[in-house]
Design a protein around this ligand. Structure first.
Ligand code: ADP
Ligand code: MG
Length: 694
């Protein structure tokens, strides 16, 4: 009988975490590793050898045969190349070996990863380097070593390096601010992230029968089913036993890997679910979210299910997002977005809030770019996810505080006294601001911000790199001013008031799904980038380049390379989708509809011709008209695909305009055909089959 899972004992059992390191390393090496992550000093090769040896011993005891440098290339996925530990021992035998050099640095050939032109294929070699701040772990007999990935010439080719850099930058600037408030002990400020992950589970038998799901991760066809999510009977509903079994195994697998999986529930759409972990530092959260997505997919297969992480697997039914909960806390766990108990703590809170408000306003276009992604275009602004306009929800109470600061009146007692932010006069700030506004892209939820625009399949690195860097920028500006001030409290008061006044346009507490908001947003001068094609050109706007180069996160070339990769990805996704559509239309849909129309015509003949067969003749004629129209648009799409321009920016608008329009037309006709053709003729499972599989 299989051993029952023991949460306390088995949590993190497959992670070479701090406790395991302590147990397996000499105290000297352990101390050196601690020093390395605290002070960012490089490790001596002898220490690295020692750690490698301990890691190997730990891994072999847990059945590992291989190791891999695990990295996060710019595809947004993770990559790994497995090497076994074996080395020849003479006499036809082998020993298991793993050196410090192998731990610290790897050289995957990796020439096929996108580099956005940062390296030519002849100098394809990429390097991976161990990230000692993230723990190694074991999956399926392989020791996974989290690493960064860069090119021979030192260009950053991954998502982890800029994330780590942005964390360091925001820490540096935030600590300067803390010192101004008399905090002499905090050594670092850590970006904290808790990503909520939505996903769909469907039966693998249905999945196997649909080429669109297999190749594109979403359905390209499908008429609206009689029942969708209208009754809201799925949201937080009882979890079906097959799904419950899946969730249980998912939790166990994640817990073994040290992922703090905490909450699970059904979501709005049928077959849609959510998992939320307890938040950790942004780097770990990013690693863990990648692990989570992978484990979600693998565990599903064991249950005869398929996990869909696509942003919009089914038209007309809510898609999946990933809420990125973000905050800053000191190394001792003091949350800087927690309104405080004393005037001084509140002043600190308001300063961080002001930095956030200013930063989001100034870099709203870049934040929008971090979620510009082919799959996400179906969600943003579609009454199920926030609009494409970035704004901040603060809730009524906090907004009143901000307004009183702007107008210079005292909060709670308008008109009475002038508000002076500082040590003695300070509004009490409502603590538990749990107002819910599901329509806001960036909601303040008590002591953190919830960024709700991210797509379910996207890496969380993008928005977190942006949030950290934006905050670093604003805090640096604030610290420069305040460090020079003769009267700190007066300067602080003046600064906060000025910033809220200048940037209040980004604050919006109303219903973001309403058309009226889009008009209001445009009056306020907020950018509304409704599609990936509209958004991505902003990626390298001069002010964005200035931001990232100034803080050493990306060079101009690196930013341009990333933009190129995102644009290319969008066009590639649409090409695959359009090509899949053409294939399904030609080989599945048209033959099926035609066969059914043929059967109808046979019946018509048996009944003595068209006049005698109203039902059959009307239907057969209708189907024939639609199949002709579908064939035409299919041929048109094929021609349009071949005529795509070569230049990247034109290609982007071409795919968003011409190709998407072809796809929409083709889908509409095909979906109409689905409602006309007899069930047994239809070549693949319908929405009703897939969404209500038990
Ligand atoms: P919701 O009602 O949106 O589901 P929860 O309280 O469950 O809100 O939190 C959602 C996510 O936010 C969880 O992953 C949680 O760990 C994370 N979270 C909570 N506090 C913070 C914080 N201070 N910083 C970052 N993430 C946080
Ligand atoms: Mg949430």
């Amino acid at each position: 009988m299989e051993k029952k899972f023991d949460v306390a004992a088995d949590f993190g059992s497959m992670v070479f975490h701090e406790e395991a390191m302590k147990a397996y390393l000499s105290s000297n090496s352990y101390g050196e590793w601690k020093k390395c992550i605290e002070t960012h000093t490089p490790l001596d090769l002898s220490i690295a050898n020692d750690i490698a040896e301990a890691m190997k011993r730990w891994a072999l005891e847990r059945g590992a045969t291989h190791y891999t440098h695990w990295f996060q290339p710019m595809t947004g996925f993770t990559a790994e190349k497995h090497d076994s530990f074996i080395a020849p021992a003479g006499g036809g035998r082998a020993v298991m070996e793993f050196s410090g050099k192998e731990l610290v640095r790897g050289e995957p050939d990796a020439s096929s990863f996108p580099s956005g032109g940062l390296r030519a294929t002849f100098e394809a070699r990429g390097y991976t380097a161990w990230d000692p701040t993230a723990f190694a772990f074991i999956r399926e007999h392989t020791l996974y070593i989290p690493t960064v990935f860069c090119s021979y010439s030192g260009h950053v080719l991954d998502k982890k390096t800029p994330l780590l850099r942005s964390m360091e930058q925001v820490s540096k600037q935030a600590v300067r601010i803390l010192r101004l408030f008399g905090d002499t002990t905090s050594k670092a400020v850590v970006a904290q992230v808790g990503p909520e992950q939505e996903y769909f589970l469907i039966d693998e038998k249905d999945f196997a029968k649909r080429m669109d799901l297999r190749l594109c991760g979403r359905t390209l066809f499908g008429a609206k089913p009689p029942k969708g999510q209208e009754l809201d009977d799925h949201y937080f509903g009882t979890i079906r036993s097959r799904v419950a079994a899946y969730m249980e195994e998912l939790d166990e697998e994640l817990w073994k890997l040290g992922v703090l999986s905490k909450t699970k529930h059904n979501e709005v759409a049928p077959c849609q679910h959510e998992m939320a972990p307890i938040y950790t530092d942004a780097n770990c959260a990013c690693d863990h979210n990648q692990i989570t997505m992978d484990v979600m997919r693998k565990v599903a297969r064991k249950h005869g299910l398929v996990c869909l992480l696509h942003e919009k697997p089914f038209a007309g039914i809510n898609g999946s997002g990933k809420h990125d909960n973000w905050s800053l806390s000191t190394d001792t766990g003091d949350n800087l977005f927690q309104p405080g108990n004393t005037p001084s703590q509140n002043a600190r809170f308001l300063l961080f809030l002001a930095a956030f408000v200013k930063g989001v306003d100034e870099y709203q276009d870049f934040l929008r770019c971090t979620v510009a992604y082919a799959g996400n275009d179906h969600r943003l602004g579609a009454q199920e996810a926030p609009p494409a306009v970035v704004s901040i929800f603060l809730g009524d109470e906090l907004t009143k505080v901000v307004e009183s600061i702007i107008s210079g009146t005292e909060y709670a007692d308008p008109g009475k006294a002038t508000l002076r932010i500082g040590v003695d006069v300070m509004p009490t700030i409502p603590k538990d601001n749990t107002d819910r506004n599901r329509t806001s892209p960036l909601a303040f939820t008590g002591n953190k911000f919830e960024f709700r625009m991210l797509g379910s399949s996207q890496s969380i690195a993008g928005p977190n790199i942006a949030l950290n860097t934006i905050m670093a920028q604003e805090l640096e500006e604030f610290a420069d001013i305040l460090e020079q001030a003769d009267d700190f409290n007066a300067a602080l008061s003046e600064l906060i008031q000025r910033v809220f006044t200048q940037h209040q346009r980004i604050i919006f507490n109303g219903n973001g799904y309403e058309q009226a908001w889009l008009q209001e947003a445009s009056r306020r001068g907020l950018v509304n980038l409704t599609s990936t094609a509209d958004a991505l050109p902003y990626y390298t706007a001069p002010k964005n380049v200035a931001l990232f180069t100034k803080h050493g996160i990306f060079s101009k070339e690196e930013l341009e390379a990333r933009q190129e990769i995102h644009m290319e990805n969008y066009c590639t996704v649409r090409t695959i989708e359009a090509t899949t559509m053409i294939d399904m239309i030609r080989k599945d849909i048209l033959p099926a509809a035609s066969a059914y129309a043929g059967a109808l015509f046979q019946r018509i003949q048996l009944r003595g011709g068209m006049e005698g067969s109203h039902y059959e003749s009307a239907l057969a004629t209708g189907i024939s008209q639609k199949t002709d129209a579908l064939m035409q648009i299919c041929e048109q799409m094929d021609r349009d695909l071949k005529e795509a321009p070569a230049d990247m920016k034109s290609k982007l608008t071409y795919f968003h305009g011409v190709i998407e329009e072809d796809m929409t037309k083709a889908r509409q006709i095909a979906d109409e055909l689905e409602t006309m053709v007899e069930r047994k003729y239809w070549p693949f499972p319908t929405y009703s089959d897939i969404l209500f599989y038990v």
